[in-house]
Design a protein around this ligand. Structure first.
Ligand SMILES: [Zn+2]
Length: 236
């Protein structure tokens, strides 16, 4: 990190630290705007109404992030926090992502807090009834319109399975699950894509509730690949 980068980050952190006071003052002095009004002013989408619109909103947000042009890391986000999420949550999409520290979905997709219901586990798998239950809750109770299973470049969990590693402990159970879905992979990226597709299949098989919602057209399950180097997400 060079000096100008560091100065930018420090000053940005200081600015963010001051925001709650600004937002509280604004909330006390002005009539409350709807979350969609705030989103329009921030230049982001209004709440997506369909599964396709939900996926489009994630991809448009990722494009803003990849172009270093995020539009919601400012006071508008804090105002949303005070006006919207204190009374409940209405995430429009779910992301099943890897636990990798580089993949914070709200940042990668340039979305507000409260917009994405996130389940994360190494290798972006949802093998346990509890993880599947979390996804079912997001769809059936919170009415999220899409689930994106998100693999990523350089995934250590998939790499371990691809290399047929024997890490032991409870890590082994993750590697064993991934290994079944990547048979025949020619390289790591191919294995990561195969793993995403295998996870999508297993989610559908393990959750009749989500499969039925998808069949009705209320919900979509999509796979995607996040390239850390370019910061771009592409749909599979
Ligand atoms: Zn990973």
């Amino acid at each position: 990190m060079n000096n100008s980068d560091r100065e930018f980050r420090v000053s940005r952190r200081a600015a963010l630290g001051a925001l709650p006071v600004v937002a509280l003052t604004a909330a006390a002095c002005t009539s409350r705007r709807s979350p969609d009004e705030i989103r329009k002013e921030a230049g982001t989408q209004t709440t997506p109404a369909t599964p396709q619109a939900a996926v489009d909103a994630l991809m448009q947000g990722n494009a803003r992030f990849a172009e270093s042009n995020p539009q919601i890391r400012d006071a508008a986000e804090v105002e949303i926090l005070w006006t919207e999420i204190t009374s409940g949550q209405t995430p429009f999409a779910m992301v099943l992502g890897c636990a990798d520290s580089r993949l914070a979905p709200e940042i990668v997709f340039d979305q507000f807090v409260g917009d994405i219901f996130v389940v994360r586990e190494a290798g972006n798998i949802a093998e346990s009834p509890t993880n599947l239950g979390s996804l079912e809750y997001g769809q059936a109770v919170l009415q999220a319109k899409a689930l994106m299973v998100l693999g990523h470049s350089g995934c250590g969990a998939v790499q371990a399975a691809f290399d047929d590693a024997k890490p032991g402990g409870n890590i082994q159970s993750i590697v064993d699950v991934i290994r079944t879905g990547i048979v025949g992979a020619k390289d790591l990226d191919d294995a990561i894509v195969r793993n995403v597709k295998a996870v999508m299949q297993r989610v559908r098989k393990g959750s009749p509730l989500l499969t039925e919602a998808e069949r009705r057209g209320d919900f979509a399950i999509v796979g995607a690949f996040y390239d850390i180097e370019s910061a771009r997400v592409r749909l599979l």
